[in-house]
Design a protein around this ligand. Sequence first.
Ligand SMILES: *[C@@H]1O[C@H](CO)[C@@H](O)[C@H](O)[C@H]1NC(C)=O
Ligand SMILES: *[C@@H]1O[C@H](CO)[C@@H](O)[C@H](O)[C@H]1NC(C)=O
Ligand SMILES: *[C@@H]1O[C@H](CO)[C@@H](O)[C@H](O)[C@H]1NC(C)=O
Ligand SMILES: *[C@@H]1O[C@H](CO)[C@@H](O)[C@H](O)[C@H]1NC(C)=O
Ligand SMILES: *[C@@H]1O[C@H](CO)[C@@H](O)[C@H](O)[C@H]1NC(C)=O
Ligand SMILES: *[C@@H]1O[C@H](CO)[C@@H](O)[C@H](O)[C@H]1NC(C)=O
Length: 465
Amino acid sequence: MAAFVFTALVSAAGSHGLSISARDSFYPPGLNHTTFISNTSLGTFGGLYTAPPTPDDAYNYCSMPHPHPDAYLRPPPVANHSVSARLVYLEYLQRHQRRTPYNIFPGGENQPYHCDSLHAHVYVAPSSQGPAPIPVYGRAYSDPSNPFLATYVNGSCQYPQLTIGGFLDGYQHGRDLRAVYGDLIPSSPDEDGGKKIWLRSSNSALTQGSAGGVLRGIWPDHHGPLPLHQQASGIDTVDQGFSCSAQSDVLSTIESTPLWNEHLTVTKSLRSRLATMFDADTSSWTSTFDHFADNFQARLCNGYELPCRVQNGSQCATRAQADEVFRAGDWEWNYWWRNNANATLYIQLVEGLFIGEIVRHLEAVQQGASELVYSHNFVHDGDLGPILGALGIKALRWPGMGSNIAFEIWYNRETSASELYARVLYSGHAIETIHGTLDWIPLSSLISILQPFIPEDIISMCQSS
Ligand SMILES: *[C@@H]1O[C@H](CO)[C@@H](O)[C@H](O)[C@H]1NC(C)=O
Ligand SMILES: *[C@@H]1O[C@H](CO)[C@@H](O)[C@H](O)[C@H]1NC(C)=O
Ligand SMILES: *[C@@H]1O[C@H](CO)[C@@H](O)[C@H](O)[C@H]1NC(C)=O
Ligand SMILES: *[C@@H]1O[C@H](CO)[C@@H](O)[C@H](O)[C@H]1NC(C)=O
Ligand SMILES: *[C@@H]1O[C@H](CO)[C@@H](O)[C@H](O)[C@H]1NC(C)=O
Ligand SMILES: *[C@@H]1O[C@H](CO)[C@@H](O)[C@H](O)[C@H]1NC(C)=O
């Protein structure tokens, strides 16, 4: 364990001479201010954006830390034996692992992406009887006669799709969860007719692909398929599945405040230089940092260089520009889900139904009515962000690839009445919030923290504007 922590401290120091510990890299104290974006000496604030990512306890966008046998500690009062308690329930949420980008430059990309080492399986099979299908897989290719290829991206991928690095990271993530939570997670997913576990994903191929890798790490010897529960895509409670015009109305309010505009002002020259270099002078590229950050992250996280202009290879995004893009992206995530006056309403509209589903799982445990012991949800950054916001995280950087929240429920054996405590880990460590560090709180307190984010009537809220 000592060696692991040592590595983390050293590599989190970053290239700008700032010395930031692995834990501190998650919580930049200045993230509420636009100076966090403009202060170039902050670099990546101890964050890592490299491939292949080294196992590290710092904020590591390409491979976020997760509960790990070398670093996992029991809750403080359990570890020091002042309380005798055992883990009885785990609600686990994670973003999919790393991938190709969603956003290809309007002017095209100067480097191809390669995905030949991963087969994108897509097939259906009757649940019983009937012929077994041939397990076909999608194999993306670029046809040189396609006239659109010149201003798109060459290679053998879909955009987005999981990469081989993402798949392998997921497998390791699952192995580490097995090592940490092996006493709780059933040794076979079929134990008790499968009633102890609940596996859920969004409708996206990214989260399903991640699940295949992670679950293999958890159950290395399992034979046969496993069900991954999904709601219908048109009304899914994750990944913004259901339609709700109030979401975009509130977002427009949030993105027209003086503070939001200040962040556009301090980044004006950066945005205009990148827009010119990559022919990306449209509002979808320049009104937030989502697209540039996504494009750069996908390059760096999968072993490619930062991009250059297709027509002129001497015009390239610099590392300093990428760092500023990442700081601006972090600032925006913190602003959307924590530091704007309408954050609670926005979280209710976007994520409130899913937060309600999580709370119902926790309440069933509280009432002793749960057969479930382990629920694992494969979702997106856009799901993790609002939930971290609801928990009141002290500062919210963009939840990176494979970022994860573990809601642990512990049963205190010593008290006469059944007494349940909760701990919430974010990327493997007790989350630091405006309610304190959530390392040992009554389960009822955790439910009280989340309750205000569950909408009473989402249908009328969605229609109300
Ligand atoms: C920029 O960040 C550095 C490192 O935290 C700090 O010492 C300096 O005061 C900051 N500068 C400004 C202008 O905020
Ligand atoms: C054990 O840890 C808890 C929580 O940090 C603390 O309140 C308590 O005093 C500690 N007890 C002992 C015996 O060290
Ligand atoms: C795409 O890559 C192939 C294989 O490397 C190469 O032959 C072809 O010229 C490339 N096409 C473009 C438009 O860059
Ligand atoms: C390519 O960009 C460089 C740097 O901006 C510039 O000096 C050069 O003239 C450009 N080359 C062409 C062919 O446009
Ligand atoms: C940032 O703003 C949020 C919400 O307004 C607040 O709860 C938090 O304490 C602030 N953080 C700092 C470091 O000032
Ligand atoms: C956003 O918050 C402000 C300040 O609390 C409030 O006046 C306004 O009504 C809110 N906007 C919406 C759309 O709820």
